[in-house]
Ligand binder design. Sequence first.
Ligand code: ADP
Length: 452
Amino acid sequence: MKQRINLLIAFSVVALIVLSSVQCYLVKTTYDYKVAQFHTEIKNEIAQITNNYSDIDSFLAARKDALYKTLSENYIQGKNTKSDIKKGILENEFKDALTQKIQRKLERDLPNFKIDFAIILNKFILYKNAWKNDTIFSEKPFIENKLYGNLASLNHSFLVRNYVGTTNGTFENQDYKLLTEDSMYVSVIDWEMIILRRMTVILILSLFCILTLISLFVIAIKALIKQKKVSDVKTDFINNITHELKTPLATLGISTKILEQKNIRDNDENFNAIVNTISRQNNRLQNLIDQVMANSLAENEIELEKEKIETEDFLFSIVNDFKLTFPKIDIQTDFQTQKTNLILDKFHLTTALLNVLENAVKYGSNKIVVKTKQIENQFSIAIEDNGIGISKNKQALLFEKFYRVEQGNLHNTKGLGLGLYYVDQIIKAHQGTIAVMSDLGKGAVFTIMFKV
Ligand code: ADP
């Protein structure tokens, strides 16, 4: 059974991990999709704003074309090298003015986003009539080839568009053509936050689903383990009650056999001794059955007959009765309260307190102290013993029906595991609480609390 539960837990954990991974994968896919969608949205918006530079500033665009022309003609003349052309293009004097204009236009037309951009020169190719094309330069987009813009790096930026420009010219009776290509890269500040905000519902729902699944899993496993413990405890109970019934039944059997002998029946002394034994065993059987019957009642079926009692007096009388039954046990009182009137059921509470006191003796104690205290509106009765104690990991189930600390095999001490269950039910019926503080070998303290 234990192996089956472990296997079930292992399977469920694997299933949970797989489910969570699938969920994470789906969230990641959605995230990637949202990023792509966001890029397309920005590209489309920017496409509507600028077709080319002359849309933004025709005067500066004309100056740029003029610069390209001069640089090309100087190159044709042999006055410029290729690297002079690149330098001349990149160090253009209208860089800042055009950057500011494009920036302002982006701010005006896309007020919801804070956009940084860079326009990078990729190609500069000259075509001359007689010549083949002459590639002045053609490079991958580098931030170092930035023509305009305020972007410091191409990391986390994305391409929104390419501009291909052609300029025709005539120099020294020769026609030439100039082909340039530049790309616009943009980066939206806080784009991750924008996408996360767009994914809030999905994220919350996914988290909710995973948490619900985990909670359901934990609840189910807990219920399963509890069920298993209860079933173990019931098996223990059956073992214990069989054991408890065997002794009186065996004694009764032997006594009946003895009584069948005529010489015993004729001897008054022997006869009475046997009858006493039968009567004692009969009482023991009756007690066992009463105990089982009393505890088969559910909590709400306990009918209390409450009355106002002076609690300290009531406790004194229980302690005195206990002293008579267990004269060898040193039982003391340490009351820090006086004349506390509580509404209690004397009969049931006497049985409950005697259960706790008798347990102390049963589980190795020879000294018991009964203490009372009142903190604010809580009246507490603490029963301290110096017995064998209970290890911490066994305390959670102590008040469960049929639970006995030594499980599996039979207990050395007699009992059905019903005493503390009964105590707990009675205290609960009084709207009180009971708790235990103990450690193995260090005695135990049972504290009962009532509202005053
Ligand atoms: P029972 O005594 O019939 O076994 P109880 O419900 O009275 O059943 O007690 C449950 C278990 O709690 C006992 O089996 C015992 O191991 C443990 N126990 C109860 N009281 C004490 C105590 N004072 N000291 C040590 N162990 C205790």
